[in-house]
Design a protein around this ligand. Structure first.
Ligand SMILES: Cc1cc2nc3c(=O)[nH]c(=O)nc-3n(C[C@H](O)[C@H](O)[C@H](O)COP(=O)(O)OP(=O)(O)OC[C@H]3O[C@@H](n4cnc5c(N)ncnc54)[C@H](O)[C@@H]3O)c2cc1C
Length: 565
């Protein structure tokens, strides 16, 4: 029998090796921000900095990328009952999820900084969260919620004392058991109900006093990471909407009656479980004053919003380095794509977005660190700047990721490139913890309720006064618009997005003027601050930078240090 002779149909040419085996923490904008916000730790090059780079190496390794792929391609599975028909209400995760969680908890990315009195502890945690979020975003959800639960829990010192150490423990101990018997705990939050998530005052879940706590009856429409040990839950007590701490397992070892009805089939964030739950007389402890649930849980919301900004800055950075890596190697029309003028403009624009997002996110982490230690000025700055940044950076993320995806051409649209997952995940931070409109309206609320917040913001921006005339003009415009918004009160609602964007872009510009190389600050001011651009939309696509800018150093500053090309 004759056989076809072996033959080669073609040589594989001009394909780019995946970006792997690089140090995610090798990021000049991050390093500069650390020098500003946590100088002590940033100078500890043999200690903490070395650890950060070890985490960066792990985040950029092929092994971690494989864990991320597996955790997303094998999403969590709900097991409502055991083989004999008893309710168990458990979610089963792929081992890759647990491995990612173990690294995150082991590095204290959850609640560890609350146990650390060192100034800068929240900043270093923020840097590590930003680096590790580039490994896989979905598992960041329970990590962030655990970080954020602690300040809310402190409204009830007895409970903070009881669970604080375990929430900050660096041991990842999954599984439903009595909290005090575990080596480490994770916390979630449950506010959103079917009839409304933004307006939580409409919550219908009822809380009735019982023993040393309350019995909760009702439901939640979104409850992510339902295998957490503890949940901060809003429910209507006789005094009004109140905050509660609900354990999955009761002190006597029996399961609390929190029933998992379904897992959501989500656009992205697929490694993470988001459930619909019902409480059938579930036991919970009151946190804070009855009737003041929103005031209590707002501390948790604020900390998760910081993580939304950090997580979105991480996604923009990851997309940006992937695009730069690819286009540096891929050739078309006789030259590497990254050398061709129009692609340089796209890459530089993405790099600007990335560096500005990272710088702003880390500045806010510094403010959160100092505010946690009693700095009233930094707290005032956060009140206004955090919702503005949450609105702006999270809104810019899907656009930036979409543009980076296109830099890889058709390969970017294909799952194996990693960009489709990043793209699906990109809108999430804008949706949860206050969707775009709600966070923009929070900017107005901060202006009305915390009059010092506008002064704190303008004082921060003024630290860069007289260094760039475009920034000075933007600061003057912002000053005017803030004043007008205060005078207009609720009439200003329709322009809240524009104002929030203007706050964020002007603050970014001032930080870059003070701390970034001249080429970066110049291009940012030239492209983001003119009256038609700053904070307003829909905005032109990336890659439309004005003429006459020095783009090479901007792209170089965002290039991944890799030898895989
Ligand atoms: C993947 C994922 C995980 C989540 N996990 C959790 C969780 O663990 N716990 C939890 O409690 N929730 C969770 N959520 C829910 C999320 O926080 C809510 O979806 C969000 O707060 C919006 O609430 P809603 O869906 O009820 O929308 P609505 O409140 O119905 O809002 C719809 C739209 O109207 C806008 N809007 C609302 N009010 C105004 C206004 N006054 N003016 C103008 N526009 C307005 C909003 O910005 C939004 O765009 C999760 C959501 C997602 C997608």
């Amino acid at each position: 029998m004759s056989r076809a002779a072996p033959h080669v149909t073609h040589e594989v040419l001009n394909q780019v090796p995946p970006l792997a085996g690089y140090d995610v923490a090798d990021d000049p904008a991050l390093a500069e921000a650390l020098r500003q916000e946590a100088p002590r730790q940033a100078s500890d090059t043999e200690g903490w900095v070395r650890e950060l780079h070890q985490l960066g190496q792990r985040a950029g390794s092929a092994q971690t990328q494989e864990l991320a792929r597996l955790a997303n391609e094998h999403p969590p599975v709900l097991r409502t009952h055991d083989s004999r028909g008893n309710r168990i209400d458990e979610v089963e995760f792929h081992p890759a999820w647990h491995e990612l969680m173990e690294t995150a908890v082991g590095h204290g990315l959850h609640a560890a900084p609350w146990l650390d009195g060192t100034p800068g502890a929240h900043v270093t945690r923020a840097a590590e969260f930003y680096v590790w979020a580039q490994a896989e975003a979905g598992h960041g959800c329970p990590i962030s919620m655990t970080y954020a639960a602690v300040p809310a829990l402190r409204h009830e010192p007895r409970l903070a004392e009881r669970f604080g150490q375990l929430l900050g423990s660096r041991t990842y101990d999954p599984g439903l058991r009595v909290p005090e018997g575990k080596a480490g705990l994770l916390a979630g939050m449950a506010m959103t109900e079917k009839q409304g998530g933004s307006d939580v005052r409409a919550n219908t879940t009822r809380a009735v006093p019982a023993g040393d706590g309350y019995q909760l009856t009702g439901h939640k429409w979104f409850c992510s990471a339902p295998m957490c040990d503890l949940f901060l839950v809003l429910a209507q007590a006789p005094e009004g909407l109140s905050c509660f701490l609900l354990p999955r397992v009761l002190p006597d070892g029996t399961r609390n009656s929190m029933r998992l009805q379904r897992l959501k089939d989500k656009l992205g964030n697929r490694s993470n479980a988001s459930s619909e739950v019902e409480y059938d007389g579930a036991f919970a402890w009151l946190v804070g004053e009855p009737g003041r649930g929103v005031t209590t849980i707002i501390d948790m919301v604020s900390a998760t919003r910081l993580d939304c900004v950090l997580g979105s800055a991480a996604a923009i950075r990851q997309a940006c380095v992937t695009a730069i890596h690819y286009t540096s190697i891929r050739r078309a029309f006789g030259a590497a794509l990254a050398t061709q003028p129009l692609m340089v403009s796209v890459l530089a624009d993405l790099a600007l977005e990335s560096q500005a997002a990272t710088t702003l996110a880390m500045r806010l982490a510094g403010a959160a660190d100092r505010a946690a230690r009693g700095d009233a000025g930094e707290l005032a700055l956060l009140r206004l700047a955090l919702p503005a940044a949450k609105y702006w950076v999270c809104k810019r993320t899907p656009m930036a990721v979409g543009e980076a995806l296109e830099c890889l051409g058709g390969n970017g649209y294909v799952e194996e490139s990693g960009l489709p997952r990043l793209y699906r995940d990109a809108p999430l931070n804008s949706v949860w913890e206050g969707s775009g409109n709600v966070t923009a309206l929070d900017v107005l609320r901060a202006l009305a309720r915390s009059p010092g917040s506008a002064d704190a913001l303008l004082a921060e921006i003024d630290l860069a006064a007289d260094a760039d005339r475009r920034l000075d003009a933007a600061a003057a415009r912002l000053r005017r618009e803030l004043k007008e918004a205060v005078a207009a009160g609720t009439e200003a609602q329709h322009r809240a997005r524009r104002l929030a964007g203007l706050v964020a872009a002007t603050l970014q510009a001032s930080l870059l003027v003070r701390h970034a190389p001249g080429a970066v600050a110049d291009a940012f001011c030239a492209s983001r601050l003119h009256p038609g651009a700053a904070g307003s939309g829909p905005g032109t696509p990336f890659g439309t930078l004005p003429d006459g800018l020095d783009l090479g150093p901007i792209v170089a500053r965002s290039s991944p240090a890799t030898d895989c090309g």
